[in-house]
Design a protein around this ligand. Structure first.
Ligand SMILES: Cc1ncc(COP(=O)(O)O)c(C=O)c1O
Length: 390
């Protein structure tokens, strides 16, 4: 994870469309400050600072189970949810518990950079499945699974970011979700649904989660407070069958360390219990929707006609496809010289060359004027980076 400090070589007045961080101005709503004070001054404050129950702080589990059941029409029991120290913690724990070194994990192409990093840390072999505008292409998944089966390989995990995907902003269609569930059940893979952007939808409803569509069978769904409250809290949750949750509770780091972040979990439970999080979510959706709208209209206005981009219905990112004569690394370097930072595509792919002509723009952290100016400058840079075709 890149720190919030300016990356090396980035001047102080650089317009940053680089990082998928929430807007810093949203990180400490007054009600969260009050919840911190309240937990500190409560007679139970020392309990909040003690090792916590392995499954997580009960008051937070209750708040989350109630919200998710209400919104997704589920009937989760408290035994279906575990508090984790952010999505990252959950992905790492699942990789450790559900895959064996040398085993295969399937991911989307492209996918979240740090998920690639985690799976590689666990010495897992990654195979990636291409995406189109509806998300992961299930016919490609089926072919990949059949090919692996011939060599006696059954991927233990299928990792997906179904809503407002990082880096593309794409939302996976419900039909594809159902097809992925069918394939995962047939080939015995655990679907790990990294759903950290679910609450940041700008229009319409979000498709049913994998967890809901599969009735929780062979699915773990991960949520986080990082994008919708503050990443420094290091707090999230996972949903799974009681068996999966129990296995995570029994894992070594949970047993040794107790529940994830009990002190912070008490604070966030206090904050959520009073309805403040859901009000805050309304504010965030309208804030980021405005930024998305500014980004899309600037792209329409300024980009050369042979550049294409996605139209995210939520989340933080737009994904650009450059023509073959323009390389993302050239654009990234030249844009930085002109005071605009963004991410080149290579890092998001298991096979980096697939990202040579892709760029990710994050609109979450820049003011609307800066987003428009940054995209205007970027369009000029893209034009100037065109290489003569051979
Ligand atoms: C898809 C995805 N998963 C996980 C994370 C990190 O989440 P957390 O801060 O909860 O570990 C990010 C952050 O960019 C993300 O985009």
């Amino acid at each position: 994870m890149i720190s919030a400090d300016l990356p090396q070589g980035m001047a102080a007045n650089t317009i940053s469309l680089l990082l998928g961080h929430p807007d810093p101005a949203t990180l400490l709503p007054p009600e969260l400050r009050n919840a911190i004070q309240q937990v500190l001054s409560s007679p139970q404050s020392s309990r909040a600072l003690q090792y916590g129950p392995e499954q997580g702080t009960q008051s937070l589990i209750n708040v989350l189970v109630e919200k998710i059941n209400r919104e997704q029409g589920l009937s989760l029991q408290p035994g279906n949810l575990m508090v984790v120290a952010g999505s990252t913690h959950a992905v790492d724990m699942l990789a450790r518990l559900y895959a064996r070194p040398g085993g295969v994990v399937l991911v989307e192409a492209p996918t979240y950079v740090d998920a690639i990093h985690i799976f590689r840390d666990h010495q897992l072999e990654l195979r990636s499945i291409p995406m189109d505008e509806d998300g992961l292409i299930t016919s490609e998944l089926e072919e990949q699974l059949a090919r692996l089966q011939v060599s006696g390989t059954f991927p233990s995990i299928l990792y997906t970011i179904p809503n407002f995907h990082n880096p593309t902003g794409i939302t996976l269609s419900e039909a594809r979700r159902l097809e992925m569930i069918r394939l995962a059940h047939r080939y015995g893979s655990l679907i790990v649904e990294d759903d950290v952007y679910r609450d940041l939808s700008f229009e319409g409803t979000v498709p049913a989660s994998f967890y809901a569509l599969a009735n929780g069978k062979q699915v773990v769904s991960i949520g986080s407070f990082s994008k919708t409250l503050a990443p420094g809290l290091r707090l999230g949750w996972l949903l799974g069958s009681e068996d999966v949750v129990q296995r995570c509770i029994n894992c070594g780091t949970t047993q040794m360390g107790g529940g994830a972040n009990p002190f912070v979990a008490h604070i966030v439970a206090e904050y959520c219990r009073n309805g403040h999080w859901e009000k805050h979510l309304l504010h965030l959706r309208s804030l980021y929707k405005k930024r998305r709208d500014v980004a899309l209209s600037a792209l329409d206005q300024y980009m050369p006609s042979d550049v294409e981009w996605t139209h995210p219905a939520g989340g933080f990112f737009v994904w650009l496809r450059l023509p073959k004569s323009i390389f993302a690394q050239d654009v990234k370097r030249l844009a930085l010289q002109q005071g605009v930072a963004l991410a080149a595509g290579e890092g998001f792919f298991v096979n980096p060359s697939e990202g040579e002509h892709r760029l990710r723009l994050a609109y979450s952290c820049a003011a609307p004027n800066d987003i428009a100016t940054g995209i205007r400058i970027l369009a000029q840079v893209i034009e100037s980076a065109r290489r003569v075709e051979q």
